[in-house]
Design a protein around this ligand. Structure first.
Ligand SMILES: N=c1c2ncn([C@@H]3O[C@H](COP(=O)(O)OP(=O)(O)OP(=O)(O)O)[C@@H](O)[C@H]3O)c2ncn1[C@@H]1O[C@H](COP(=O)(O)O)[C@@H](O)[C@H]1O
Length: 108
């Protein structure tokens, strides 16, 4: 089943896990371990995504990218942010050429 609201649903689960027992929840265990542990996982999953992309096997690329997105959601939640904030930023940029955006920054 395709569900384009899954990022928001996951963010809801991550928020709800803040008070859960670390023994019974992976998300709760990561949140309890703190920001450095969360960032280490983001770094690991980022590296694994790069390796998968280099190897070029579609299923692995999707699997590792899902791990990366998931751990990034936990990082965002740690800072009181969520997918809506990132999606709003992408929406703001939509239609704005990266070349033009870079040029507008060079003016400043
Ligand atoms: N989407 C995910 C998800 N993706 C990956 N993972 C876990 O993230 C971990 C990834 O770490 P690795 O691949 O490095 O494997 P590992 O060596 O076992 O991990 P570490 O011991 O190094 O932490 C694994 O334990 C995966 O099971 C996830 N765990 C949970 N979710 C979602 O989060 C919800 C809440 O999960 P719990 O908090 O566990 O109930 C679940 O219902 C899912 O929807």
């Amino acid at each position: 089943m395709m569900n384009d609201d899954i990022l928001n649903q996951l963010a809801g689960v991550i928020a709800a896990r803040r008070d859960a027992e670390p023994e019974t929840s992976y998300v709760a265990s990561l949140q309890a371990a703190g920001l450095d542990r969360i960032l280490r996982k983001v770094g690991e999953e980022c590296t694994e995504t790069i390796v998968a992309a280099k190897n070029g096997e579609p299923q692995s690329i999707v699997y590792e990218t899902a791990d990366l997105w998931f751990h990034t959601l936990i990082m965002l939640a740690h800072h009181g942010l969520g997918p809506a904030d990132v999606l709003a930023e992408l929406e703001r940029r939509f239609g704005l050429s990266g070349i033009e955006e870079k040029a507008s920054r060079a003016d400043q």
